[in-house]
Design a protein around this ligand. Structure first.
Ligand code: AMP
Length: 143
């Protein structure tokens, strides 16, 4: 099971925002799509950052409601860790654990082709473990 398999099951839509969008618009986008993070794109459509609900909460805690009318570029994380479609579930779990984040944009030759969250990873990990357990049960019963 790898990232490509997860994308085949969940789809390849990525919700993105421009770097000049204000934080309140981004919060509305997160709420509308019921997601925890959006990818931030620059003028040429390249990935320039990621912003999660956690960044918005931190900015409000630090500076109050004034941050809501500021551009998202001021609160996003610019050094984005990504993964490729052939990476395994174990590899992406390691990246998320090491980086302490719950979202990973998926790129292929610098093209943004999807995004996976910790929820997608856990769901697929459980499916994998259940398949293994079922195969072992069949093996024991048939033996
Ligand atoms: P999250 O756990 O995804 O809500 O994000 C926690 C923090 O990590 C926030 O500051 C995010 O901007 C940042 N973050 C989320 N995903 C990534 C990623 N793939 N690469 C780098 N930083 C990230």
């Amino acid at each position: 099971m790898n990232v490509g398999t997860i994308l085949n099951a969940k789809g390849r839509d990525v919700t993105t925002v421009g770097r000049d969008r204000v934080v309140s618009d981004v919060a509305a986008t997160l709420a509308e799509h019921r997601i925890g993070a959006v990818v931030v794109l620059g003028e040429t459509g390249t990935l320039v950052g990621i912003v999660s609900e956690r960044d918005i909460i931190q900015a409000i805690a630090d500076r109050g409601a004034a941050c809501l009318s500021e551009p998202v570029s001021g609160i996003m994380t610019g050094e984005v860790v990504t993964c490729g479609p052939t990476e395994t579930v174990d590899e992406v779990m390691c990246k998320m654990t090491a980086g302490r984040f719950r979202h990973l944009p998926v790129t292929d030759d610098d093209d943004l082709i999807g995004i996976i969250s910790i929820g997608d990873v856990v769901k697929n990990h459980i499916a994998e473990v259940e398949m293994e357990a079922s195969a072992l049960r069949s093996y024991i019963v048939s033996g």
